[in-house]
Design a protein around this ligand. Structure first.
Ligand code: G1P
Length: 299
């Protein structure tokens, strides 16, 4: 029996430089996809996978995230008085019960691996999930739910969401060296962070969802810098393969949007708007009009 995954780590300490100047005063994870911040999608996905404890690894300038998950009594009273029940439900969905959420500060930007290591004392000896909120994944079954089911079927170890990417994009991702490709599950023989296309062992790329064992935290504790001089989560997971522990990629079902890039956030905005009953008709009409006009935009 594998141990249940109850805790998820959300590394949210990044500077968000690709979205400056907006991210000068708003955390990247608070940027909206239609009308909900990116972090809300990540939280909903975690809840759907059975997560009940949420650990945020934050940094200076991220207090808007803490406020977002706090109660908003005045706002709730105002919405109640207006009978705005749908909005009230949305606002309450963004509130975390006391004790369910913890914030840890990463004092220096030393990499994703270091950010996860910062949460070690709250994680203890149980396996845990990591969610990178700027990878938004739309699908019938939320990605982490699919992974938890696959993890239980596989009998534990480490698991990462993966997808096949074109060779020209491998240098943006952690890339698997494939030991055995079973379709949904890919057993890893190694992992390389952001290789050049010539050095990439495959085109199976890690996407921002992980289920990890506590041993990964011990490896991270050695704080060996890797690609880009940063302490890489990829390297610590690769060490588990060396130690003989099972490490799998999981090819999730769903559409992933790289909302850490402007183009990705725009694509996601279009896709999510078209999927909304209250917006799709009007918005689709606008897109058709733009397409007819050869996408020239004017105002
Ligand atoms: C991080 C990880 C990388 C992974 C990617 C997925 O990179 O280091 O292994 O493939 O997320 O989005 P980042 O995009 O933060 O540079």
């Amino acid at each position: 029996m594998t141990k249940k995954i109850r805790t998820a780590v959300f590394p949210v300490a990044g500077l968000g430089t690709r979205f400056l100047p907006a991210t000068k005063s708003i955390p990247k994870e608070m940027l909206p996809l239609v009308d909900r911040p990116l972090i809300q999608y990540a939280i909903d996905e975690a809840r759907a996978a059975g997560i009940t404890e949420f650990i945020f690894v934050t940094a200076r300038g991220k207090s808007a995230l803490e406020d977002y998950f706090d109660r908003a009594p005045e706002l709730e009273r105002a919405l109640e008085a207006k009978g705005a029940t749908d909005l009230l439900a949305e606002v309450r969905n963004a509130t975390m019960p006391s004790g369910a959420i913890a914030y840890i500060r990463q004092h220096e930007a030393l990499g994703l691996g270091h950010a996860v290591w910062c949460a070690r004392r709250l994680l203890g000896e149980r396996p845990f999930a990591v969610i990178l909120a700027d990878d938004v994944i739309a699908g019938d079954t939320p990605c982490l739910r699919q992974m938890v089911d696959a993890y239980e079927a596989a009998g534990g170890g480490c698991m990462m969401a993966v997808m096949d990417v074109p060779a020209s994009q491998v240098s943006s991702y952690g890339i698997l060296k494939v030991a055995e490709d079973q379709g949904d599950l890919v057993r890893a023989a190694g992992l390389v962070e952001k290789p050049s296309p010539e050095d990439a062992p495959s085109n199976v790329a890690v996407i921002g969802r992980y289920i990890l064992t506590p041993e990964v935290l011990n490896s991270l504790g050695q704080k060996k810098p890797g690609a880009g001089g940063e302490i890489q989560l990829t390297d610590a997971i690769a060490e588990q393969i060396g130690a003989g522990l099972p490490v799998h990629g999981y090819r999730f079902r769903g559409q992933r949007y790289d909302c850490g890039s402007k183009a990705g956030l725009l694509r996601a905005t279009v896709a999510f708007a078209l999927a909304r009953d209250d917006l799709s008709e009007d918005f689709a009409g606008y897109l058709r009009q733009l397409a007819r006009e050869d996408l020239t935009v004017g105002w």
